[in-house]
Write a new protein. Structure first.
Length: 526
């Protein structure tokens, strides 16, 4: 499941020592690297998010494990490359759009999904994966929820016409075969119905994404359908603060994950934020998100736990959806922990979102399982200044389940190299793709490109392929790739069509019988 879970909360085991810190994880959705003021944006006001960097450390080379949400969030939760958990897409579908599908992280990992085998088994639900409370989306926010765009027509503008044309041509062909005596009328009618049913089902499915996907849950209960996007941030803030108060009353450390719906489209804000930004609706959403983060940070202070809380802020992926270019995988990363991380610190060393799992393990004193390989590294020594170099030597960048680039941070010097074997198929004369950059039609480079991303973060000036530097570094990286691939064990893919297809018989309807009268508001806020 895409895991746009807007609130994941848990009480860490009571066996933890009282001195263990609280953990607050703040995850934006599709926020670009340069969207925040502390990363260079001067047109939108983001003082609350910027304050995390001012009071802690800013990571300028912070990377996701994928450029789309399903695999990147799986990696954030597990500390492992998506390819190790079956969450690496293997075709054109790179996210799981449907809350009611069989796809999800293995139970041995963490939550990402809902049901697995039967309606109501909740095998992938957060409450069955170590969390004590859940409020939010099981699936994803979509343009369709805003009633302004359709995802399918953004990808394929002539989708419905093409669908009808295919249906019409096939129907005419069947009719002609009948007229020429190849089969009888009854056979024609049977074939016509067999052909029309899947065509109509596909049309109905893609034209009603809001009906199928726009659901909001509190624990196991469906509380809102469809989701009212305007004011949703305020409800998340309320739920987060309420949990924080209840958790601090117990005196035990807590883990609170706030996974915001902004900045994914459709962007809807409360009235007080509409028209407030010079960047239109996107800027309005940024300012509402900043307000939301500010309220949660204020809640820490009001609860008296600010000094004993490690705060981590990031985005699930960037704006460009190809795994080889940094536009899709380099994201904001900020960590604050008073008394441990020096305020105003900055590191240009490469770090992974997957490093958060071993980081939490380290600061809480809870050992990680030893029956699996973790790709994340404990980055606490880097955050505190105990070391000045990334704990990673090689970082592997996937697009779907294919390796498209490798980062290399040598043990000496200050440079970080990036070895690129595949590039996105850009529109002629532009730096963008049609809708999103695909993995399946990526351009395979005959001669891989090597960049010094320390001085060339835009990847505009590749190193001469005939140079000694290129040869030496390429050989090291190629050997590292062989070693990495040998460490991968076979795993069941969660991106087969069988697992990705929506299970219509599982589809809930809060006030009626699906698909009729499926309309309700969260009674807590109605």
């Amino acid at each position: 499941m895409i895991l746009r879970v807007l609130l994941l909360v848990a009480l860490i085991s009571v066996t933890l020592a009282r001195k263990a810190p609280n953990i607050l994880i703040l995850v934006a959705d599709d926020m670009g690297y340069g969207d925040l003021g502390c990363y260079g944006n001067t047109t939108v006001r983001t003082p609350n998010m910027d304050s995390i960097a001012a009071d802690g450390i800013k990571l300028t080379q912070h990377l996701t494990a994928a450029s789309t949400c399903t695999p990147s969030r799986a990696a954030l939760l597990t500390g492992r490359y998506p390819v190790r958990t079956g969450m690496a897409p293997q075709g054109i579908m790179r996210v799981n759009l449907w809350p009611y599908s069989r796809s999800g992280l293995p139970e041995s990992e963490w939550h990402m999904g809902l049901h697995r085998d039967n309606d109501g088994d909740n095998k992938h639900h957060p409450l069955n994966q170590g969390f004590n409370y859940f409020y939010g989306l099981i699936g994803t926010n979509l343009d369709d929820f805003g009633h302004e765009y359709r995802v399918i027509t953004m990808i394929r503008p002539h989708w419905y016409g093409q669908l009808i044309s295919v249906w019409g041509v096939t129907t005419i062909a069947l009719w002609c075969l009948m007229k020429f005596g190849y089969f009888r009328v009854t056979t024609f009618l049977a074939l016509f119905l067999l052909w029309t049913a899947p065509i109509y089902f596909t049309y109905f499915l893609m034209d009603n994404m809001e009906l199928f996907c726009s659901v909001l849950y509190r624990n196991y209960d469906l509380v809102e359908q469809p989701i009212r996007l305007a004011g949703l941030s305020q409800r998340f803030v309320h739920e987060g603060l309420e949990f924080m108060r209840n958790a601090t009353d117990t005196g035990e450390p807590f883990l609170l994950v706030m996974s915001w719906v902004h900045m994914h489209v459709a962007i809807k804000t409360a009235k007080q934020f509409q028209g407030k930004s010079p960047l239109g609706r996107y800027g309005d959403g940024m300012e509402e998100l900043d307000w939301s983060v500010g309220e949660i940070m204020k809640g820490l202070k009001d609860a008296g736990v600010e000094d004993n809380t490690l705060v981590y802020f990031t985005s699930d992926n960037g704006g460009k959806s190809h795994g080889a270019v940094d536009g899709g995988i380099r994201v904001p990363g900020m960590v604050k922990w008073p008394g441990h991380i020096r305020p105003g610190s900055v590191t240009d060393e490469p770090t992974f979102q997957m490093d958060v799992v071993p980081l939490i393990s380290h600061v809480t004193g809870v050992a990680l399982p030893t029956d699996r390989k973790y790709d994340g590294k404990n980055m606490m020594p880097l955050l505190t200044g105990e070391i000045t170099q990334s704990p990673h030597e090689f970082m592997f960048h996937y697009c779907g389940n294919k390796l498209h680039a490798v980062r290399y941070r040598p043990g000496s010097g200050s440079r970080t190299w990036k070895y690129v074997t595949h590039e996105p198929q850009l529109l002629p004369g532009k730096s963008t793709c049609r809708f999103i950059c695909s993995c399946t039609n990526a351009v395979t480079l005959t001669t891989p490109k090597l960049y010094d991303v320390t001085s060339d973060p835009g990847e505009t000036s590749p190193i001469d392929a005939q140079s000694e530097t290129y040869t030496d570094i390429s050989e090291l990286i190629q050997k590292a790739v062989i070693d990495h691939k040998s460490s991968l064990d076979p795993v069941e893919s969660q991106f087969s069509w069988f697992k990705l297809l929506p299970q219509i018989r599982w589809q809930p309807c809060c006030n009626g019988s699906f698909p009729f009268n499926c309309d309700c508001q969260d009674p807590k806020f109605s």
